[in-house]
Design a protein around this ligand. Sequence first.
Ligand code: PEP
Ligand code: MG
Length: 545
Amino acid sequence: MQIYKGKSVFGGIAMGKIRVYKKDENQVKRQKIEDEEAEISRYQSARDEAMSQLQELYDKALREIGEANAAIFEVHQMMLEDEDYNESVENIIRTEHVNAEYAVAATGDNFSGMFAAMEDEYMRGRAADVKDISERVIGILNGAAGAVVAADEPVIIVADDLAPSETVQMDKSKVLSFVTVHGSLNSHTAILARTMSIPALVSTNLTSLGDVDGAYAVVDGSAGKLYVEPDEETMKKLQQRQREFAEQKELLETLKGKENVTLDGQKMLLYANIGNSKDLATVIQNDAGGIGLFRSEFIYLERDHFPTEEEQFQIYKQVAQTLSGKRVIIRTLDIGADKQCDYFEMEKEENPAMGCRAIRICLTRPEIFKTQLRALFRASAFGKIAIMYPMITSVEEVRRIKAIVAEVKAELDAQSVEYGEVEQGIMIETPAAVMISDLLAEEVDFFSIGTNDLTQYTLAIDRQNTKLDEFYDPHHPAVLRMIQMVVENAHRKGIWAGICGELGADMELTREFLKMGVDELSVSPGRILPLRKIIRETNVSQLCV
Ligand code: PEP
Ligand code: MG
């Protein structure tokens, strides 16, 4: 047995095989190709190889687990032989002049979307199978045949580091846990793992990843430990901890449907942070009152081209409809710093966290901004959408945003496109915004405090730099006083103020936030019920001042 130590991103116990993830392995890039026929024959050979892999799997399963369980591999073979599936791949290669990997991925997405929308439960279940076979073919095209087989069961992903764009593209049903050698607790990869509510560690002292690939392991997210090939006694202890976690979870379940209200009647909104429409199931499961931060930039990071207005509209509409009338706050794209997108073709900067990012991109490249705003306003006809703008530092910026929003609305009016009432708020994540929050409060409908960046800019500490973790103190009195100031200024002007940075989920501060009068906390979905528990057990009037 080997034990490694890391920093805990999210608690809980995960048990399973390790799969070492190497950069770019699972990413499908859209590439232009010259010779369509050669590409089609490349696809056909990969498909043939997939067919024989499936035959092998069928034979093995038949021997080991019986005919009924082996049948799934027969179904996969039939799907791979399906005429419509094959025609679709070949058509995409021919008409769009693109690589086979991309054509297979696009076909897989389309077909699995079609299955997922079917009435019949059995057919709906086939959506995952189509994705599976497509991934198998892509793996072969990429020359990573072994990887496809390894992903047949959920795994613990171990990686040197993971970019947010890589994390967001992983199939969540196949990931039990993330463990990385690098990465800080405040990075977006850590934030995404929290959103998925799975045990995760960063900054783990693993030296040679190759040695642990394929090994059986247990991640204890709360204790920050990775056990590789645990011995029997350790395994027993970990299984006991796993049972305790399950019991705690069950207790929290009883809080579903209950109000977030203190013993003396003070209410708090508890909303969820998401990065993707795939996170919606956990939002509903955890009984969130709404979505307080949808990091829309992940829609951009998942692609290798600008998402079209229509693509974005469909996503925002789906989120609004799923939340059926509950507030959904969508943050406009916050590209930049650690969230880099090649096709934005940004110039290299010395200091990207302080560079051309977020609203600065939107104001200097309004065509990108307008596409997103049009999609958001159109989607607002289908639910309670609110828009939030990141990285604000001045009243002038808010006024420029308003002018662009007015243009977008005028265009939609001229085209008789419907949209609903849309609340508009800003993130308070720069010290400048804090200091002028009295003025900003006159311009907007709400504030949401982004404590991740606010801490970084207030303490002058790069949130990505793990070496500075000991100095990155979000409990710093300067940060807490700023939160207090923002809430007071918001209330004076009659608007609400919440927190959507990671500090919102810090249970050591929940009582303090209640005392300050914070109106909303937006946190990763798995934190909602534990926070509800604290709120319901607190008597604010009895807290010492
Ligand atoms: C923040 O800065 O606190 C925030 C919520 O935004 P992000 O973490 O995406 O920068
Ligand atoms: Mg931020």
